[in-house]
Design a protein around this ligand. Structure first.
Ligand SMILES: *Cc1c(COP(=O)(O)O)cnc(C)c1O
Length: 440
């Protein structure tokens, strides 16, 4: 499976993204840096859009890009231009959307503990929908909408009770989780009644999100079945047919060549088949169908460039040796290996090498032995200080989860397109890091 952005080429060992060499990018913008292939990012949106157009139809389906995967003002502008919606899950993400003048009526608001202030600003600007996650939140939305003299559209986040085959920390829809209202326990039915009784809430339908980096469509199938069955039960009890169904995100991507995610087309086709079948079975009209891909849009678009600072050979038990290659970033710009044991690929990006491959570990510069980017990889034995390493598929949950651990400035994001590069988020500097200090 290809793991590089669509406009990547390799010539004489040098990696080019959208026509610009990794070496030139590193020289001009410094390292570490996130290089985002703008056309790749846009093309993934278009793929989801056309798959939905062909199946559910343009008017009857929607995409809400999950901003938590990676969001900036530029990204919000690209989304607006591509005609899709945005899912935000904090006041900060909402602030980025507002700064980008993103159309409020295409914003969906998530989160399991939205503050009163976050709910207020969402209702004030007129977001499309708030996805309510608890009874407290339904009350809060009702109170604030009442104060503002508005009626707010909401969905209820449901927990369909599924263990999607993914890492435990990124599986979100089995019973013992903080998210959503359980269908099985009756909590979802209670929440539905409460939302219908509220006078300043319009309950439009239901949402579920079963996890992330999912390869197997089985989880989506069962989630859709359970939520649609629940919609039928609620129709029977309340005599209301809810117009909206949102099946969340979680579509997997390839991080290493052996990963085999399904194509966007086949995931959406399958979803269409299941939704159609289940609605028919329960005598429901097909609801407006939304999805919330984050990783599958942002992830494949981006490559991280690092510069090698030091290398060190260590002896392992049994006489083998391992080359530790230290780069100028690490867990501060990519926490996923430490957090989830996530796997990545790497390539020497600035030259060819004829040296033999040797067992290597790519590590960061932080004061943690868990600061590992790639645990085990074969790299040429002559990788040396000054070389550029490229790690593909870092567009999702990289910059967005970046930290200032060790007071490391967070890397810039550089958009490349047709041989042109421009900074869309600049590198942090010492002044940024010192900006919060109060010298009283
Ligand atoms: C994280 C999340 C998404 C996006 O997940 P991806 O795996 O990035 O597609 C979508 N919806 C909700 C509610 C989420 O929490």
């Amino acid at each position: 499976m290809n793991i590089w952005p669509r406009n990547t080429s390799i010539e004489n060992g040098e990696i080019y993204i959208a026509g610009i060499s990794a070496q030139d990018l590193a020289k001009e913008f410094g390292t570490p840096a996130f290089i985002i292939d703008e056309d790749d990012f846009r093309s993934r949106i278009q793929e989801f859009r056309s798959a939905l157009d062909i199946t559910f139809g343009n008017e009857n389906s929607g995409i809400f890009y999950a901003g938590k995967a990676f969001l900036s003002v530029q990204i919000a502008k690209w989304l607006a231009e591509e005609g899709v919606g945005l899912d935000v899950c904090s006041g900060g993400e909402l602030a980025v959307a507002i700064a980008a003048k993103f159309p409020a009526n295409r914003i969906e608001v998530h989160g399991n503990n939205k503050s009163a202030a976050e709910i207020r600003s969402a209702i004030e600007i007129g977001v499309y929908v708030i996805v309510a996650d608890s009874l407290h939140e339904i009350e809060r939305i009702e109170d604030i909408a009442k104060q503002l003299g508005k009626k707010q559209a909401i969905l209820l986040r449901l927990t369909p009770g599924i263990e999607a085959h993914t890492h435990e920390f990124i599986a979100t829809a089995h019973e013992d989780v903080k998210f959503g209202f359980s269908i099985a326990s009756g909590a979802a039915a209670i929440a539905t009644k409460k939302a219908l009784d509220a006078t300043h809430i319009e309950l439009r339908g239901f949402h579920c999100h079963i996890g992330s980096q999912i390869f197997d469509s089985n989880g989506f199938d069962i989630a859709a079945q359970r939520v649609i069955e629940f919609m039928a039960e609620m129709k029977a009890v309340h005599a209301i047919e809810f117009p909206d169904l949102d099946l969340g995100g979680g579509f997997g991507i390839a991080y290493v060549a052996s990963d085999t995610p399904q194509s966007i087309d086949s995931v959406i086709n399958r979803m269409h088949e299941i939704v159609l079948g289940e609605c028919k079975k329960h005598g429901l009209a097909i609801p407006h169908l939304s999805i919330e891909p984050g990783r599958a849009i942002a992830g494949p678009s981006t490559v991280t460039l690092y510069e090698v600072g030091t290398t060190k050979e260590v002896n392992l038990d049994g006489g083998q040796r391992r080359n530790y290659i230290s780069v100028d970033g690490g867990m501060s710009d990519n926490i996923r290996p430490a957090l989830y044991g996530a796997q990545y690929s790497v390539q020497l990006a600035n030259r060819t090498s004829t040296s033999p491959l040797t067992s290597s570990r790519v590590v960061g510069k932080h004061c943690e032995s868990g600061d590992i980017i790639i645990r085990e990889v074969e790299l040429p034995s002559d990788v040396k200080p000054g070389d550029i390493l490229a790690i593909p598929a870092t567009g999702a949950y990289g910059r967005s989860m970046a930290s200032n651990y060790n007071h490391q400035p967070r890397p810039p994001v550089i958009a490349v397109r047709n041989g042109q590069a421009r900074v869309i988020l600049r590198r942090e500097n010492a002044a940024d890091l010192l900006n919060l200090e109060v010298n009283s």
